[in-house]
Design a protein around this ligand. Structure first.
Ligand code: SAH
Ligand code: SF4
Ligand code: F3S
Length: 462
C-alpha cells in the first residue's frame, strides 16, 4: 500500500490502525446467484493478494463491500436497505463503502449520483482494479468507478478464496449472448466467453485435494461453453472423470440448444447427477416469442421427452408470471403444463421490468401487481403440492445422500442432498461418518422441500 504526504486526518488514523493490524479489514456481503458467490471468492483472492484482510464482523471493518444482483426489483430494494444502514455508520467512523457486481454495472452513474456515500463501484469484469480503487478511497478519499465490460476476462489464473466444505463451484463461462427480452444479465455481465478446459480441470483437481466432493459447473448458459474443440458435454465428462469427485452438477443449460451429447453425459456418467435445471419461463408460444426464448412449447416438450427416454432424470425449472401482455388464458397454459410436467422443484418469479432490456423498450409492463402476485402464488402453491407428493412417495424407501455439513437448525443433525438435489436431514448417530461421505438414509417424513430420515448403513456408491 502506498503512503503519500497528502493524507487527510481520518485517512491517517485509518492507515495507522490498519498498519497495526497488518492490513485493512474488509466486510463483504453477497446477493444473487451462485455465479455471484463464486465472484466473491475471486474478489477475496484478489484483495488478499494485496494485503487486505476479511472479517465476518462489520463493526471491525474499514471497508464494507456489497456484491450485488440486479435480476429483479426486490434485489435492488434489499441493497438499498443495507446501504442506508451504513450511511450513518460511515459518518461516525469514516468507512469506505463499495458496491460490486451486477447492480454496479447496471446502474453505474445513477448509484454514484443518488447515493453520495458510495465510494467505489466495480462491475463484474473489473475486479482486478478493486484493490487500487479501494486504496485510493481509503488513503486519498477519492471515489472510484470501474465498470468496463470485457470480451476476454475470465479470471482464469485467479485461485478463488473459498471456505472449507465439500461443495465447490467453478464458473466455466461468463456472460450471456441470449438477450431474453426480460433479462438484465447480458447487460450486466457482457458477452459470452469460456475458460480454457485445462484451467478448469486443474481447479477441479485442486478442489478435490482440498476435500471437495461435489462440483457445480456454472455459466449463464452452459451449453454455449466452447474452447477450441471442447464442448460443454466434453468438459462435463472430463470434470466428472477427475479421481475423487463423487458428484457433478451444472447450471443452467438453455432449452433452445440442449445438445444430445450433454443428455448422454448426464444419463450415462455415474458421477454426473441425474438432475437437469431446464428453465421453461412460460408454456405459451406468444409469450415465449415475446420473451425471445428461442423455443416453442412443442420444442421444449420434445426435449423433455428425449430426456425422459434416457431414464429417471429429474427436472427443475424457472417460471416468470405476469410478463408483458400475458392474458389469463396464457397464464393458464403455464399453470396446466406445470401440473403435467411434475417438476421436482420450480423457482417462480413475478415479472419485474429491468431498465435497458428489450422488454422494457418494446412492451408495456401492463399486468397489474395484484394479478402478477396472484398468478405467482397460484403456481408456487401448485408446485408445493407436487413437490410434497414426490417427497412423500419416498417415505419408507432409502436414498443415497452425500453429507454436506450440519443441519441449519441443529448441529446434532446432518444435512445433505440426494442425487436429485432434494435436501435431507437426519440425526448424527455418533458414528465415524464425515462430510463428503455418501450414506444411505431411510426416509420417514417429508415436506415440500426436505426429507427427514435416519442413517441406515453405508450406501452402494463408493
Ligand atoms: N441464465 C439462466 C437464468 C438466470 S436468471 C437461464 O437462462 O436459465 C434466473 C431466473 O430469473 C430466470 O430463469 C428467470 O426465471 C428469472 N428472471 C430473470 N429476469 C427476470 C425478470 N426481469 N423478472 C422476473 N424474473 C426474472
Ligand atoms: Fe438471462 Fe436468458 Fe441469458 Fe438466462 S439465457 S441469463 S435468462 S438472457
Ligand atoms: Fe446473478 Fe443477479 Fe447478476 S442473478 S448474474 S447476480 S443479476
Amino acid at each position: 500500500m502506498s503512503r503519500t504526504p497528502l493524507l487527510l486526518p481520518t485517512s491517517l488514523k485509518r492507515l495507522a490502525a490498519s498498519t497495526k493490524r497488518g492490513g485493512y479489514q474488509v466486510y463483504m456481503e453477497t446477493f444473487g446467484c451462485q455465479m455471484n458467490e463464486y465472484d466473491t471468492e475471486l474478489v477475496r483472492s484478489i484483495m488478499k493478494a494485496r494485503g487486505f484482510q476479511f472479517t465476518p464482523v462489520d463493526e471491525e471493518a474499514d471497508v464494507i463491500l456489497f456484491n450485488t444482483c440486479a435480476i429483479r426489483e426486490n434485489a435492488h430494494n434489499r441493497l438499498y436497505g443495507h446501504l442506508a444502514r451504513y450511511k450513518a455508520r460511515k459518518k461516525e467512523r469514516g468507512l469506505v463503502i463499495g458496491v460490486l457486481g451486477c447492480m454496479a454495472q447496471n446502474l453505474k452513474q445513477e448509484l454514484l449520483e443518488t447515493r453520495s456515500w458510495i465510494d467505489v463501484l466495480v462491475g463484474p469484469d473489473a475486479y482486478r482494479r478493486l484493490p487500487d480503487l479501494l486504496t485510493d478511497a481509503l488513503e486519498h478519499q477519492r471515489r472510484g468507478l470501474a465498470v468496463d465490460l470485457s470480451e476476454y476476462e475470465t479470471y482464469a489464473q485467479i485461485v478463488p478464496d473459498r471456505g472449507n466444505g465439500v461443495n465447490g463451484w467453478i464458473a466455466v463461462m461468463r456472460g450471456c449472448d441470449n438477450f431474453c427480452s426480460f433479462c438484465v444479465v447480458p447487460y450486466t455481465r457482457g458477452r459470452e466467453r469460456s475458460r480454457d478446459p485445462e484451467g478448469i480441470l486443474e481447479e477441479t483437481r485442486r478442489l478435490v485435494s482440498q476435500g471437495v466432493r461435489q462440483i457445480t459447473l456454472l455459466g449463464q448458459n452452459v451449453n454455449s461453453y466452447r474452447s477450441g474443440a471442447w464442448s460443454f458435454a466434453h468438459l462435463l465428462v472430463a470434470v466428472a472423470d477427475v479421481p475423487g469427485i463423487q458428484r457433478v452438477r451444472f447450471t443452467s443449460p438453455h432449452p433452445k440448444d440442449f445438445p444430445q451429447a450433454l443428455l448422454e453425459a448426464v444419463a450415462e456418467h455415474p458421477m454426473i447427477c441425474n438432475q437437469i435445471h431446464l428453465p421453461l419461463q412460460s408454456a405459451n408460444d406468444r409469450i415465449l416469442e415475446r420473451m425471445g426464448r428461442g423455443y416453442t412449447r412443442r420444442e421444449y416438450l420434445h426435449l423433455v421427452e428425449a430426456i425422459q427416454k434416457k431414464g429417471p432424470i429429474v427436472l427443475t425449472t424457472d417460471l416468470i408470471c405476469g410478463f408483458c401482455g400475458e392474458t389469463d388464458e396464457e397464464f393458464q397454459e403455464t399453470y396446466d403444463l406445470v401440473k403435467e410436467m411434475q417438476y421436482q422443484a420450480a423457482f417462480v418469479f413475478k415479472y419485474s421490468e429491468r431498465k435497458h432490456t428489450i422488454a422494457a423498450r418494446k412492451y408495456s409492463d401492463d399486468i397489474p401487481e395484484p394479478v402478477k402476485g396472484y398468478r405467482t402464488n397460484e403456481i408456487i402453491e401448485l408446485q408445493k403440492e407436487i413437490s410434497l407428493q414426490k417427497n412423500h412417495a419416498l417415505i419408507g424407501s432409502k436414498v443415497d445422500v452425500m453429507i454436506e455439513g450440519d443441519a441449519k437448525k441443529s448441529h446434532r443433525q446432518w444435512m445433505g442432498h440426494t442425487e436429485h438435489n432434494v435436501t435431507v436431514v437426519w440425526p448424527k448417530d455418533g458414528g465415524q461418518e464425515l462430510p463428503g461421505d455418501l450414506v444411505s438414509i431411510s426416509i420417514h417424513d417429508a415436506t415440500p422441500s426436505t426429507l427427514y430420515g435416519t442413517a441406515h448403513s453405508s450406501c452402494s456408491v463408493d
